[in-house]
Design a protein around this ligand. Structure first.
Ligand SMILES: Cc1cc2nc3c(=O)[nH]c(=O)nc-3n(C[C@H](O)[C@H](O)[C@H](O)COP(=O)(O)OP(=O)(O)OC[C@H]3O[C@@H](n4cnc5c(N)ncnc54)[C@H](O)[C@@H]3O)c2cc1C
Length: 553
């Protein structure tokens, strides 16, 4: 590191691991002028996932489960971007572009990886298309909206079979998140059914699929048994030793071949390694980054990892740490302590943590808990569950909001508003007045443009700052495909010659079409070949209309 530069620490990921590492670094460094801490995450808030199931029933507000990272770590530079690649050797992170499609690179002296895991439905036919994941705040909100939509449809549906499918809700996964999700879902649909004039509570079917012989395998068998019986009493049909094998738009396919007609299938099956983590050249165990007892990545000096993405062996028990928020928080604190110890030349501390307990909420003011070896169930466990999570909720304002929401929930009926939020992902419309820059040479290729009306100039900027107009494109032509196909920066600048309306397809949408629809792939390849030909496009080819002899992107 050059002597004139401050030590840069960059944390990748704004979940429990990342945010608590930043908070602890701030505490330990006390605005040390020689060190700067940055955190890059695709969201500017921390999701308090243990409360996510409550978003389904709306017993707390959607925004109550999250805390703004800027408030939790006021002295940390927050970069709210999607990370696209990580170079461990140079400790460089490349992030997506923002309003300006410029590639964004961050270099640092210490890189902390806290990317968590992702939901993956790979090798499970139909789940990507038809199952609802349950991990992020967006998933919770989408699920709640979907459930209300199903109830709205069931209320006016006259076909008996369709109605049955609409009123059948299937949750796969009998671990903590699956059980808490099914408990909230079951409470919610049965409670709100009375607001729908044609839905009888008895028509509602809620099914929990679990691969093992008893739900909540992380808990002692007597507590898990209590939870199982309680859910069954409340009408949840629990299918043990049964896996979800796949899905269609109308059915959940079970491992034994049985099909359950449903329009709501939620999958909380274990998450898969983050693709960015899978791509790293370091050692991994079960897809997680192997770290030493101080939480550093061996062979990559200055690289650290915590939370669900890291494979951490407890230094006392020698056992791998489970992927829980409890552990991620302790790991983050230990990592921050070791990082600062390294900077100040002090000894580091090996990570060890004995979980304090396990809690699962079962809806209806009941829960099961094992805390410091003491087993609790029912209302007392629920009260303890709420108290603990309220205390753990980061930020005073969020504690107050959650406490008020819980109190109001005791008095008021659940909300049944269905929020309609989405635009169609991938496609957009843009308007430019004459002589505005659409994208610049050197920008990152982030979308394809189709001219609806108006005209666009494609110009190349030379080093002498003299520009060469390569082509004028008109309505019906497209541009911007070359940088997407070759994954390289824009080779020219696009500027509106007149007022112009454009249809855009983003990178993911374009890549999906390009890779899965061969005629389209052939079409664009031909367009690109034509554009790169010095003598111009072949007249006979259908791409001739869309191409000119210029690199349009
Ligand atoms: C529904 C549910 C309930 C849970 N309940 C409990 C519980 O009661 N108790 C408990 O201890 N644990 C619970 N957990 C587990 C706990 O939430 C996780 O163990 C914990 O969140 C792990 O923290 P992390 O920082 O490693 O990962 P995460 O919290 O997943 O954070 C990863 C971060 O990386 C960011 N990120 C990912 N990809 C990119 C990218 N390409 N670019 C930029 N940023 C990116 C994400 O936005 C996120 O901010 C629950 C989990 C779920 C899903």
């Amino acid at each position: 590191m050059p002597a004139d530069r401050r030590t840069r620490i960059l944390i990748v990921g704004g979940g429990f691991g990342g945010v608590y590492a930043a908070m602890e670094l701030e505490r330990l460094l006390r605005k040390d002028p020689d060190v700067e801490v940055g955190l890059i995450s695709n969201e500017n808030y921390l999701v308090f996932q243990p409360l996510l199931p409550e978003v389904i029933s709306g017993s707390i507000g959607i925004l109550d489960t999250i805390s703004p990272i800027r408030r939790l770590c006021p002295n940390t530079d927050l970069y709210c971007r999607e990370v696209e690649s990580i170079d461990l050797t140079t400790r460089t992170v490349t992030a997506s572009s923002g309003f300006r499609p410029r590639p964004y690179k961050l270099e640092c002296d210490h890189l902390v990886l806290a990317l968590g895991t992702l939901t993956s439905f790979v090798n499970q036919p139909g789940l990507e298309e038809h199952a609802l994941p349950f991990k992020s705040l967006g998933d919770g909100l989408a699920l709640r909206n979907h459930i209300i939509h199903a109830l709205e449809e069931a209320d006016i549906e006259t076909d008996a079979e369709m109605r049955r499918a609409l009123l059948t809700f299937v949750v796969a996964g009998g671990g903590f998140s699956g059980v808490e999700a099914v408990a909230e879902l079951n409470d919610f649909v049965r409670k709100v059914a009375r607001s729908f004039r044609r839905i009888e509570r008895g028509e509602i079917r809620v099914v929990l699929l679990h691969a093992g012989p008893l739900i909540l395998p992380e808990l002692p068998a007597d507590l898990a048994g209590f939870a199982q019986r309680l859910l069954q009493r409340r009408g949840v049909e629990i299918r043990l030793n049964t896996r979800l094998a796949g899905a269609t738009g109308e059915t959940a396919l079970l491992s034994g071949g049985e099909r359950i007609p449903t329009r709501t299938l939620v999958s909380t099956v274990p998450a898969a390694p983050h693709p960015l983590v899978s791509a790293l050249p370091c050692r991994k165990e079960k897809g997680r980054i192997v770290v030493d007892s101080f939480l550093e990545v061996p062979d990559f000096p200055g690289v650290w990892a915590v939370g669900d993405c890291a494979w951490i062996l407890d230094s006392k028990s020698g056992k791998p740490c489970p992927p829980t928020a409890q552990h991620a928080i302790r790991e983050a604190r230990c990592l921050a302590g070791n990082l600062v110890a390294g900077l100040k030349g002090r000894p580091k501390r090996a990570f060890t943590f004995q979980a304090l307990g396990k809690l699962a909420a079962l809806g209806h003011h009941s829960a099961v808990a094992e805390v410091l070896g003491i087993k609790l169930s029912g209302f007392v466990a629920w009260l303890l569950w709420r108290t603990i999570y309220l205390m753990k909720m980061p930020g005073f304002d969020r504690k107050v909001r959650v406490a008020v929401a819980w109190f109001m929930d005791l008095l008021l009926p659940p909300d049944i508003v269905q929020l309609k939020t989405g635009n169609s992902p991938g496609f957009g419309r843009e308007h430019f007045e004459a002589h505005e820059i659409i994208f610049r040479q050197g920008d990152r290729g982030d979308r394809l443009y189709i001219i609806v009306d108006g005209e666009v100039d494609v110009v190349r900027e030379a080093a002498s700052s003299v520009e060469e107009v390569l082509a004028r494109l008109v309505s019906g032509e497209c541009f911007g495909e070359m940088a997407l196909v070759s994954d390289s920066p824009r080779m020219a600048t696009a500027r509106s010659a007149t007022a112009v309306n454009l249809l855009t397809v983003d990178r993911d949408g374009f890549n999906a079409l390009f890779s899965h629809y061969p005629p389209l792939r052939r079409f664009f390849q031909q367009v690109i070949n034509d554009r790169l030909r010095p003598e111009g496009p072949a007249k006979a080819h259908p791409a001739a209309n869309a191409g000119r002899d210029h690199p349009s992107s």
